[in-house]
Structure formats: structure tokens, C-alpha cells
Design a protein around this ligand. Sequence first.
Ligand SMILES: Nc1ncnc2c1ncn2[C@@H]1O[C@H](COP(=O)(O)OP(=O)(O)OP(=O)(O)O)[C@@H](O)[C@H]1O
Ligand SMILES: [Mg+2]
Length: 165
Amino acid sequence: MDRDDLIRRVRQYADRKGLALGERLGAGIHGTVFAAEYQTNGGRSAVKGHERQPAYLRERDVYLRLRAFDITVIRGCHVPTLLDYDDDLWVIEMTVVSRPFVLDFAGANLDQEPDFSDEVLADWRAEKQDQFGPRWPEVQAILGSLEGYGVFLLDVNPGNVSFDD
Ligand SMILES: Nc1ncnc2c1ncn2[C@@H]1O[C@H](COP(=O)(O)OP(=O)(O)OP(=O)(O)O)[C@@H](O)[C@H]1O
Ligand SMILES: [Mg+2]
């Protein structure tokens, strides 16, 4: 799937919902996220178009889980709330959040603890410690809270777990 196809699907979603697409909030390996506004009432949302179906389904299911638990904040970090989704267009519509936030569950496992060797895990921890510096214990606490809901976040980076500073 190429970028043009993704944009085409996001546009189709926006048209169907009566949303005007705004600025790009960000992009990554799994997709592209746009700000959007309801033409009827000016309500705002974030629309994420996915490149591929498996990551779309993983992220959709995590957001459904978080919504079932009414999660909007985890340890002081905002978590987007799922507003709507489209299984054919691979689009997730959610609330726009500001920092500090935790988002992007395209690379998360649901109800399945990742089965890494001790060695791989130690390397991973060292890398994350380096990336997050003094914030790493806070990030670990957030990951622990998510695990309480069956969400194992693997794609842990400062774009996905982001603080004010
Ligand atoms: N709901 C939202 N509210 C505000 N900003 C958002 C929202 N969703 C995404 N963003 C911004 O867009 C960026 C890219 O989104 P996201 O991380 O979901 O994409 P991705 O393709 O899955 O990225 P990755 O390469 O990390 O897998 C985020 O880092 C964040 O800055
Ligand atoms: Mg990301």
C-alpha cells in the first residue's frame, strides 16, 4: 500500500463523516495522522490512516480495550479516546491529545506478553534507559499500568510516550 492510497482512504473516511481534514499531526512507520473538524459543529478529532491491515487491527483492538475501561489518562499522561473506526478504510478516529501523552498502539500486543529472551530484554531496557534518561522509571510505570489492561506496548519511543519537556 502506498502513501497515495492511504491519503485516498483517509479522504474517503473524512468525506463520509463530514470531516474537514486539517494539518498533519504526525506520521510514522504505521500511518499518518491528521487533525480534522466536523463541518456541522466544529468538533475536533484526530484521524489516523494505517498503511497495513494487521497493525490497524492491533491498534483498533487496543483502543477498544482502553475505551471499555474508560481510560483517558494513565499516570498523568493523556490517552486518546477512540471515537470511531473503519475496517475497510483502516482508519482510526480518536480525540486529539496534548502532551504529556501516550499513544500509538499499532505495535502493541493485546493479552499476550511478548516472549523475549532475557538477553534481548536487557538490551531493550538499556536502549530505552538511554532514550528516556531520567524519565525511564516514569515510562516503566506507564507500561505497567497498560499491562494491567492487557496492553503490552512494544513500540516505546519518545514520539509515542511524550512528556512536556
Ligand atoms: N490523537 C492524537 N493527538 C495528538 N497527536 C497525535 C495523535 N495521534 C498521533 N499524534 C501525533 O502523530 C505522531 C504519529 O502518530 P503515531 O505514532 O500514531 O503514528 P505511527 O505511524 O504509528 O508511528 P510509529 O512510527 O511510532 O509506529 C505521534 O507521535 C503524535 O505526535
Ligand atoms: Mg508513533
